[in-house]
Design a protein around this ligand. Structure first.
Ligand code: UDP
Ligand code: MG
Length: 323
């Protein structure tokens, strides 16, 4: 029976103890309406609040729950990646564990999938219970990414989406370490469509995406899908060279005609500081890309699992045999 899982639901968990029971309940209610076999993959991303224990407990009561327990915190995008790796369904849905993505929307996503779409992404038409700062920076970010990248990543769309097995198989061959999944799932192509939904407020707990992590994700998105920052140095270089070609003869003529306009060190200082700044920024941008190349070259695994669903199934079996 389990070999014919049709729907996989992936939820990354980082200290979501209070959200877990309601997540499980609502997913179960919704997925029972889909009337096909399903599985819920819960990835414990190094939680320290007892979420791991609760995940294991859920799994021991319900075989449809498949736990992936990480050895430490690897981050949201990596946790979702592990979920994709372990998923077996014909259609795979990624959802947040904090009830911000209402599980009921999954049925709308499934509906589109049945119509033949291979990626069905959920577009945030409205957001509830979020600071204006988060909404504003997020909106700015989506538009900026849209402008500077070649692939058209849908606006106001998070990771809440359904992907066909074909798409998941392609995504699973893309082992880049710095991952921006919504970009990757746009990059693969296939038949894509958006479904709009109202993003709810968090049910319990606080966000696990502080400003620093958001900034890191934004940098991953930019460096992963665009060369524009690298080309910035070239543009700035041409501008500086252009200015100097005009400025050098002017300064030379003024010097020979005895003008005092460029008397003193101030002018030199301004020019040196400006160029120094531009050069350091360009070097920093280079560093950002080189660091990422270094991470890829090391070829470390994306994540380390301390308990996989298989371990868990075996444990359940031995448990039964002992009885
Ligand atoms: N999450 C995770 N690892 C992390 C940070 C977050 O697995 O390092 C999970 C978190 O438990 C939640 C989802 O990713 O299920 C989205 O996180 P959150 O709701 O905090 O982000 P926000 O909605 O505030 O952007
Ligand atoms: Mg959230």
């Amino acid at each position: 029976m389990e070999d014919q899982v049709v729907f996989s639901i992936i939820a990354p968990i980082f200290n979501e103890l209070e959200n877990l029971p309601i997540l499980y309940q609502r997913i179960t209610d919704v997925m029972n309406k889909a009337s096909e076999p399903w599985e819920l993959i819960l990835i414990d991303d190094g939680s320290s609040d007892g979420s791991s224990e609760l995940i294991k407990e859920l799994a021991s009561k319900d075989a449809r729950v498949r736990p992936v327990i990480f050895a430490r915190n690897f981050g949201h995008q990596i946790a979702v990646t592990a979920g994709l790796d372990y998923s077996r369904g014909k259609a795979v849905t990624i959802i947040d564990a904090d009830m911000q993505d209402p599980p009921e929307v999954i049925l709308d996503l499934i509906q589109k999938w049945r119509e033949g779409y291979e990626v069905v992404y959920a577009v945030r038409a409205e957001r509830e219970g979020e600071t204006w700062f988060k909404t504003f920076t997020a909106s700015l970010f989506y538009r900026f990414i849209f402008r500077i990248t070649d692939i058209k990543i849908p606006l106001d769309t998070g990771d809440f989406r359904l992907m066909d097995r074909k798409v998941v198989n392609v995504m699973n061959t893309m082992r880049e370490h710095h991952r921006f999944l919504r970009g990757m799932s746009a990059w693969v192509g296939f038949k894509q469509v958006g479904v709009s939904y109202k993003r709810a407020a968090r049910f319990a707990g606080s966000t696990k995406y502080p400003f620093k992590k958001m900034l890191r994700l934004a940098l991953t998105a930019i460096t992963g899908f665009s060369y524009v920052p690298l080309q910035l140095a070239t543009y700035l270089g041409f501008i500086a060279a252009g200015i100097s070609i005009i400025a050098i003869p002017i300064v030379a003529v003024m010097r020979f005609t005895g003008s005092q306009s460029f008397f003193g060190q101030a002018t030199t200082l301004v020019a040196v500081l400006f160029l120094g700044g531009v050069q350091l920024i360009s070097l920093g941008i280079l560093g950002e890309y080189i660091g990422r190349i270094y991470d890829e070259v090391k070829g470390r695994p994306l994540y380390i699992v301390s308990q996989s669903p298989a371990d868990f199934e075996n444990k359940n079996n031995t448990h039964q045999e002992n009885k």
